[in-house]
Design a binder for this molecule. Structure first.
Ligand code: FES
Length: 251
């Protein structure tokens, strides 16, 4: 064996990936953790490992992915107990044994796949996530000028990929399944800072100024820890809560 090939062979670890398997549509199927052995390769991500398992060992394994680049948010799962994106997680530095289970709270589709889409669609409706304005569109108008700082704040909130990691890690939502979650509060913050949205703080209060909204959060801040896009969710929560508290006092 050549020297380079020998050193490569020596560095390849055997990983044991323990995966939650369950088909909720099969009445005789029972939930179980199933172990798979995978040889680690250079710069392997958990998405690559899952793909390898599906291609080489078990084609029935269900998991979601689209972009493989931390953009679409579809590959979120609990990785060794913590919500994260499989396509963004390198196996390097992880223990030899890795446990993967689906994100809690969302409806299970099968194995590691959950339906986040229905919940996020409902969230858009709850937060009325569109620009509210009486201004009529005029195609001959120039573009709306916006301060750089404001545009940056909107962009920061827009970076949410709706993966559901903040929801899967949220203690509040486990006790109160109507809680809007950090993704919802972030969505409201996005429209509150947008000068084109003509809603008053009082109108935002109607949406989020309650126990299902910004006042329901018990402040453990797992959302902030687990957001794979590093959106400052703690700051977004503080921003919305402060404005809603003032709106509540004013009535
Ligand atoms: S596959 Fe799109 S975020 Fe992971």
């Amino acid at each position: 064996m050549e020297k380079g090939a020998r050193s490569r062979a020596m560095t390849n670890r055997k990983l044991t990936i323990s995966i939650f398997r369950y088909n909720p549509n099969d009445p005789v199927n029972k939930p179980a953790m199933v172990d798979y052995q995978v040889e680690e390769s250079e710069r392997m991500t958990l998405f690559m490992a899952l793909n390898k398992i599906r291609e080489e060992q078990d084609p029935s394994l269900v998991f979601d992915f689209v972009c493989r680049a931390a953009i679409c948010g579809s590959c979120a799962m609990l990785i060794n107990g913590e919500p994260s994106l499989a396509c963004k997680t390198l196996t390097k530095g992880m223990p030899d044994r890795i446990t993967l289970v689906p994100l809690p709270f969302f409806k299970l589709v099968g194995d590691l796949s959950v339906d986040t889409g229905t919940w996020f669609r409902g969230l858009n409706e709850r937060t009325q996530a569109w620009i509210h304005t009486d201004k009529k569109f005029d195609p001959t108008d120039g573009e709306d000028i916006m301060k750089n700082k404001t545009a940056q704040e909107i962009y920061e909130a827009e970076r949410c990929v709706e993966c559901g990691c903040c929801i899967g890690g949220c203690a509040t939502i486990k006790m109160n399944n109507q809680f809007i979650g950090a993704a919802g509060i972030n969505r409201v913050a996005r429209f509150m800072v947008d000068p084109r949205d003509e809603r008053t703080d009082g109108q935002f209060f109607e949406i989020v100024g309650n126990e299902m909204g910004t006042f329901g959060c018990i402040g453990l801040m797992a959302c902030d820890d687990y957001c794979p896009m590093s959106i400052p969710l703690q700051n977004q929560l503080a921003y919305v809560r402060r404005n809603m508290a003032i709106a509540g006092i004013k009535g």
